[in-house]
Write a protein that binds this ligand. Structure first.
Ligand code: GLA
Length: 401
């Protein structure tokens, strides 16, 4: 599957026509924000480290018009006709636990207000084509798209994309209740077409890294439902924080492998292995950005393989089906690219980089040799590195009215 221009147009047409049916007028604008795939740098973001994700051409759209009465009305088109929410800006915004999808909208609006951004009311319709629960950041893309819609409706020109991402992360941490790092929101807000972004998660500085045009980005969903994600994720964070305390550093970003080994006495073996993953993954991520820049695909493949092994052995966030999937893709790709698990772990997706010519053989190998424990085949998404959040061109909107 790959989202053709037609499927983006279809999504745009759906979100606009649903808006007209629901609210009896055309939307003033349609904001968009992409999902992401991380090429390398896993569980490094909340350790102030480095990540190398790219935005993908699967996305969330928000059709929006302003309201003068301080009311926000929201319809989630993908969920069904009854998926509707309504809240006021002049009253405390609380969680609606009967409808978890509302957390992302309410959380984003509440965070913008709390930071003093002057918002008014709005009518909103949400729709997207990101697979849910696959680990491709559908929630970050929703938060960022909602933030982008309010930014554009209310002319918040002084709200830079990096700050929008920081607020979206804050909404996720404080309102939704998930202690994620900054990677997903930052790449959704700041991605660049044709590029991955090397992000320094301490300074939030970014460096665009061009992806060679002949290189295909294949995302393969294992069809293993991601289990235990939240509890295991939070546990990994605690273990990393404990290791940083042991070494007396602000974050694991501040360690190198030599110091990790030298001062390990007194740290339990498990926390030490967790720390070794993070410290070595930071080095691999910086090296992978260089390998991409030099078109060194064999070197890139080695770094991706080492990253996967480290996630499997030291950080223990892979599952056997994912390990099989990665090995299968690595055998097809050889020295011409690489494959590794991507995202938080415990199921979800694998990312593989390879020349276009190998996409057919990779699909064939998956169809023949891979089944999830449930018996289902893998789902393959062929992606292009896309741009970060923005507005859809109103010229594209006009013919649909
Ligand atoms: C999830 C989180 C990110 C990051 C990754 C692991 O996607 O949302 O902040 O920690 O896991 O790299």
């Amino acid at each position: 599957m790959s989202p053709s221009p037609d499927s983006s147009l279809f999504l745009l047409s759906r979100v606009s026509s649903t808006f007209e049916q629901r609210f009896g007028r055309a939307p003033r604008l349609v904001a968009r924000a992409p999902g992401r795939v991380n090429l390398i740098g896993e569980h490094t973001d909340y350790n102030d480290g480095f990540v190398l994700p790219c935005a993908i051409d699967f996305q969330t759209l928000v059709a929006a018009s302003p309201r003068g009465d301080g009311l926000v009305r929201v319809h989630a088109a993908d969920i069904g006709p009854q998926a509707f929410d309504e809240f006021r800006l002049d009253q405390p915004i609380s969680r609606r636990d009967d409808a978890p999808w509302t957390h992302y909208v309410r959380g984003m609006v509440q965070t913008l207000l709390a930071e003093g951004w002057p918002l008014g009311g709005a009518d909103l319709v949400l729709a997207g084509d990101l697979p849910q629960g696959a680990g491709l950041s559908s929630s970050a893309s929703l938060e960022v798209a909602v933030g982008q819609a309010f930014k554009s409706l209310y002319g918040l020109e002084r709200l830079p994309a990096v700050e929008l991402a920081r607020l979206a992360q804050q909404a996720e941490n404080q309102f939704v209740g998930c202690r994620c790092g900054i990677m997903d929101q930052l790449i959704s807000a700041c991605g660049e077409a044709g590029h991955a972004l090397l992000i320094d998660c301490r300074s939030l500085a970014t460096r665009p890294v061009p992806l060679p045009p002949e290189l295909a980005v294949l995302i393969v969903h294992s069809r293993v439902q991601r289990g235990l994600v939240e509890s295991e994720y939070n546990l990994r964070r605690q273990q990393c924080e404990a290791a940083a305390r042991h070494y007396g550093v602000a974050a694991l970003r501040d360690l190198d492998l030599e110091r990790l080994e030298r001062d390990r006495t007194g740290l339990d073996a498990l926390s030490w292995r967790r720390a070794r993953h993070v410290v070595s993954e930071n080095q691999r991520t910086l090296a992978a950005a260089q390998a991409l820049e030099k078109h060194d695909l064999a070197g890139l493949g080695e770094l991706m393989a080492a990253s996967h092994a480290s996630m499997r052995d030291d950080f223990e966030i892979t599952v056997p089906a994912i390990d099989r999937l990665v090995a299968l893709l690595q055998s097809v790709v050889g020295q011409q690219g690489g494959a590794r698990m991507t995202g938080g772990g415990f199921g979800g997706c694998v990312v593989a980089l390879m020349p276009e010519a190998l996409v057919g053989p990779a699909r064939a190998a998956l169809a023949q040799h891979y089944r999830a424990p449930s018996g289902e085949p893998a789902t393959v998404y062929l992606c292009r590195p896309g741009a970060g959040a923005g507005l859809l061109d109103s010229a594209a909107l006009a013919p649909l009215r």
